[in-house]
Design a protein around this ligand. Structure first.
Ligand code: NAD
Length: 312
């Protein structure tokens, strides 16, 4: 029986979420942008708390939430929720990791197309009122080898799209299902080194773990083909920014495209220098920011909560 179960939505989500929950009989309070102080005052009244990354669900909030049964994150990262404290109290923590798969995969393709073609520079030049037609000779994706590091949800979605562009695909992951490789005509690299030395473009889609932190550094950058490209839409900490800057300045890499950074926003001088290079394309962590992904996340959270109450 879900009637009178009280839900607090602390951060702005698409209306699909509150309207589905209301239709299922939940009592929903939308208090977007609630302060931590107000949250502490009211959390004891709610069974369910829905957040995005803005709201920090600390142990203190969890301890005050005497009736809490579910904490739901619209999005992927659970670093803003004290998951251990929640689980210790039997509170279910749910997220929507699948919502941004297509959004990130499409951004990766867009970055890759722009990077190899130099479109970003041509656009900049046109906006200055110039007509530098002869300056802009780029490369095609067709026939190039794309090395995909991390063959999970997003890595596979990128592979499908790159395959349609006529790219050869090489993947490196701890676990790879051969069946999926076969469908995409992809090959498996036996090691990170094999992938890096065999690719024209390397795109990173690993989860951030102690093993993948700084996985791309001076040593691994030197294994890449001279004149190849790097794309990172995974997590900033997977790449050593200073080493990447050196690889770009020294010509080891022809270019890089980044959506994620060691510091967000980037603040160190070497991060600013990296972003200002003409052969670097940088976006401000917009991977999941499509209308479709936001709606999908809102629906997934609502449905997960409704289903969870069937089993609670
Ligand atoms: P996923 O969990 O489906 O895939 C991650 C893959 O990394 C897994 O297949 C895993 O086996 C592999 N992996 C882990 N450790 C490895 C290692 N040491 N060596 C090789 N492979 C390893 O995750 P996903 O949903 O595909 O997300 C991929 C990345 O994209 C994550 O870092 C995620 O945080 C990031 N992401 C970014 C945005 C954005 O806005 N730019 C949005 C969503 C996700």
């Amino acid at each position: 029986m879900v009637l009178y179960m009280k839900v607090l939505i602390a951060d702005e989500v698409d209306q699909e979420c509150p309207s589905r929950l209301k239709a299922a009989g939940f009592d929903v309070k939308e208090w977007y942008g609630i302060s931590q102080e107000d949250l502490k005052k009211v959390i004891a009244d709610y069974e369910i708390l829905i957040v995005r990354s803005r709201t920090k669900v600390t142990k203190e909030i969890i301890d005050l939430g005497k009736r809490l049964k579910i904490i739901a994150r619209v999005g992927v990262g659970l670093d803003t929720i004290d998951v251990e404290a929640a689980q210790a109290k039997g509170i279910k923590v749910i997220n929507t990791p699948q919502m941004s798969t297509v959004a990130v995969a499409e951004l990766t393709m867009s970055l890759m197309l722009n990077l190899l073609r130099g479109t970003h520079l041509a656009i900049e030049s046109m906006k200055k009122g110039l007509w530098e037609k002869k300056h802009f000779y780029g490369s095609e994706l067709r026939g190039k080898t794309l090395g995909i590091v991390g063959f999970g949800r997003i890595g596979k979605a990128v592979a499908e799209r790159a395959h349609a562009f006529g790219m050869k695909i090489l993947v490196y992951d701890l676990f790879v299902e051969n069946e999926v490789l076969g469908k995409l005509g992809a090959s498996r690299a036996g090691s990170l080194e094999e992938l890096l030395s065999g690719s024209d473009v390397v795109t990173l889609h690993v989860a951030l773990t102690p093993e993948t932190k700084q996985m791309i550094n001076a040593r691994t950058l030197s294994m890449m083909r001279r004149g190849s490209y790097l794309i990172n839409t995974s997590r900033g900490e997977v790449v050593n920014t200073k080493d990447l800057l050196e690889a770009l300045k020294g010509g080891q890499l022809a270019g890089a495209a980044l959506d994620v950074y060691e510091n967000e926003p980037p603040k160190e001088p070497w991060e600013r220098e990296l972003i200002s290079l003409p052969n670097v394309i940088a976006t401000p962590h917009i991977g999941a920011q499509t209308r479709e992904a936001q709606v999908a996340g809102a629906i997934a959270v609502a449905e997960n909560i409704i289903n969870a109450f069937k089993t609670l």
